[in-house]
Design a protein around this ligand. Structure first.
Ligand SMILES: [Zn+2]
Length: 203
């Protein structure tokens, strides 16, 4: 089986509880001596199998790191891990999943090879919002429900409002249209930075 490590938590001296996102499940597994092994690390894709007995949680067995060339780039790895941390919080109480989330990470890990990491992850997040029915149509202000003007405030969950109705980052209406239409290559670098800051508030 394959999956992405979304979270690790130390138990006892050297063992870990590991959350692994596979196509259909978000597993919580036990790994003996996991803390010693660099394979069991946030953001890594692994091949593994689960050993089960009746009493305990499954044990993570024989993990193999399925590495990507971009993992050597510190910055890309950092941004990837930030996104997976947020995804872990977002999916915290869920165990059964649609394969959308796994496929999203598959797509991301391919795109990171060639793309700017913040732009890649913004692209993934817009797809996540669309999948979860939370896509923003920029129809109206979240707070007063009035029509949005040229300057738009965007905040956590990429909800939008008038700058006088809500605090957040300010972008122009047309560039937010580009964002929600997945034309992220049309955004300026400083806009990407602003949107990244909003994303870091939570999915
Ligand atoms: Zn308003």
């Amino acid at each position: 089986m394959q999956g992405y490590i979304l979270h690790t938590q130390k138990v006892r001296e050297e063992d870990l509880l590991v959350k692994v996102l596979s196509p259909k499940q978000l597993y919580t597994l036990y790994r003996f001596y996991g803390a010693r092994h660099s394979i069991i690390h946030l953001g890594n894709k692994i091949d593994f199998y689960i050993e089960k007995d009746l009493r305990e949680i499954g044990k993570l067995r024989d993990p193999i790191h399925l590495g990507f060339a971009w993992e050597k780039e510190m910055q890309k790895r950092y941004f990837w891990q930030q996104f997976l941390k947020l995804l872990h919080t977002h999916l915290k109480d869920i165990s059964t999943l649609e394969d959308f989330y796994f496929n999203l990470l598959e797509e991301g890990s391919m795109r990171l090879l060639k793309e700017n990491p913040k732009r890649t992850i913004l692209n993934l997040y817009i797809k996540l919002l669309n999948f979860e029915g939370r896509n923003n149509s920029l129809q109206s202000c979240l707070i007063c429900e009035g029509i949005l003007n040229e300057e738009v405030c965007i905040t956590r969950g990429f909800v939008c409002a008038h700058p006088h109705c809500l605090k957040g980052e300010i972008l122009t209406f047309s560039h937010l249209e580009n964002l929600f239409n997945l034309q992220i290559e049309l955004l300026e670098d400083d806009e990407v930075d602003k949107l990244w800051n909003v994303l870091m508030l939570g999915l």
